[in-house]
Design a protein around this ligand. Structure first.
Ligand SMILES: Cc1cc2nc3c(=O)[nH]c(=O)nc-3n(C[C@H](O)[C@H](O)[C@H](O)COP(=O)(O)OP(=O)(O)OC[C@H]3O[C@@H](n4cnc5c(N)ncnc54)[C@H](O)[C@@H]3O)c2cc1C
Length: 326
């Protein structure tokens, strides 16, 4: 690992100004699970590491009638074990619980989970200068692409790695972002960017900007949610495919819904097609299967990842049935 200066800011303002003035030379550290891995592998070589953990107040979690306010330093374990989140925001608790191992969840934060970098093995290989590292080729297209995107790919075919992001989008969450000039609140759905927008980054974060809060509105009456994830290695792994489903049921019919896929696209992939199938219907195995088929109708697999298409159809079907309690 390259030597670096370790900065312990005493305030948010100070963290932001250090980040903004150093630009690409500085990186923000929360739990460090992802960033330190990248630094040890020479994928990131910052001169300055800004420790967010010394900024007071960013580890607060409140749950009240308005919903949840989650500080970016709240750990995944706290989210997975929180009784209100487990009861009323179930998909989020299940997603947090599905991340890595207990040790990773004890240290890893929700802010870091949302902002973690892709796991594509070409990106993570120090010797490979792929598109995401300023090169000219996405080696996954012709290479070992079994874990890459089947939806929304191009010119890079990474898949978005966070389990919590699809669950939060299904729950209609927003993020508060604080930067040198302004504070803004953005729907989490609009926080992530496709490679067509800027292949070098995965979010809208600009220089010096920090995620300072995650806001989840209180669910409407009759709302249920579930996150289902399929992984290659059951002990700990990122999603091969997953689905976060939110259903608001009225008289046993779907009054409102959100279906957001993980493991299949460069961003958490909301499926308006699956939602259109579900809206207004009573959930049955047939309707759930149609939702799965609709979710994957536009899939364009690469050479070695066509298995993700039937897999995801079934993940959506099972997640919808489980959410509806059918
Ligand atoms: C073996 C292993 C298995 C894993 N399995 C999973 C899994 O199954 N599912 C999953 O979702 N993840 C998984 N992860 C990733 C891990 O969960 C995330 O990396 C972790 O949540 C990151 O949290 P952190 O606080 O350690 O982030 P850090 O490593 O500190 O930061 C990660 C990135 O986010 C940026 N960042 C952090 N906080 C903020 C903020 N507030 N504002 C702006 N940028 C910020 C950092 O600069 C850095 O680029 C796994 C990681 C490992 C090593």
């Amino acid at each position: 690992m390259k030597s670096f200066e370790f900065v312990n800011p005493a305030s948010l303002r100070s963290a932001i100004s250090t980040l903004a003035s150093a630009g690409e030379k500085a990186k923000l550290l929360a739990g460090g699970i992802d960033l330190l891995g990248e630094m040890k592998d020479y994928i990131q070589q910052p001169d300055i590491v800004v420790n967010l953990k010394t900024v007071p107040g960013l580890n607060r979690l409140t749950a009240d009638r308005r919903g949840l306010r989650i500080g970016p330093l709240v750990t995944l374990t706290e989210i997975a074990e929180h009784p209100v989140i487990r009861a009323n925001y179930t998909a989020l608790a299940e997603a947090a619980e599905s991340v890595g191992t207990p040790q990773i969840r004890n240290v890893g934060t929700i802010g870091g989970n949302l902002c973690q970098r892709p796991r594509c093995w070409y990106y993570r290989d120090e010797a490979v200068v792929c598109l995401k590292k300023g090169g000219s080729v996405c080696y996954a297209v012709e290479g070992e692409n079994q874990f890459n995107a089947v939806l929304g790919g191009g010119p890079s075919w990474i898949v978005h790695p966070s389990d919590c992001a699809p669950a939060l989008i299904a729950l209609n969450a927003s993020v508060e972002i604080t930067g040198p000039q302004r504070r803004r609140v953005v729907p989490l759905e609009k926080f992530f960017t496709l490679p067509t927008q800027n292949v070098l980054q995965e979010t809208i974060l600009e220089s010096g900007e920090i995620v300072t809060q995650i806001i989840v509105p209180a669910p409407a009456a009759g709302t249920r949610s579930h996150y289902m994830k399929v992984r290659h290695k059951e002990s700990f792994d990122w999603a091969l495919s997953g689905a976060a489903v939110m259903l608001q049921l009225r008289n046993r019919r779907v009054a409102a819904c959100r279906v957001v896929l993980s493991g299949v696209a460069p961003i958490p992939w909301r499926s308006p097609e699956a939602e259109a199938v579900l809206r207004g219907k009573a959930v049955t195995p047939q309707v759930a299967m149609q939702a799965g088929q609709a979710a994957m109708a536009k899939a364009r697999p690469l050479g070695k990842n066509a298995y993700k298409v039937p897999l995801t159809r079934n993940v959506v079907k099972l997640a919808v049935l489980k959410t509806a309690g059918v």
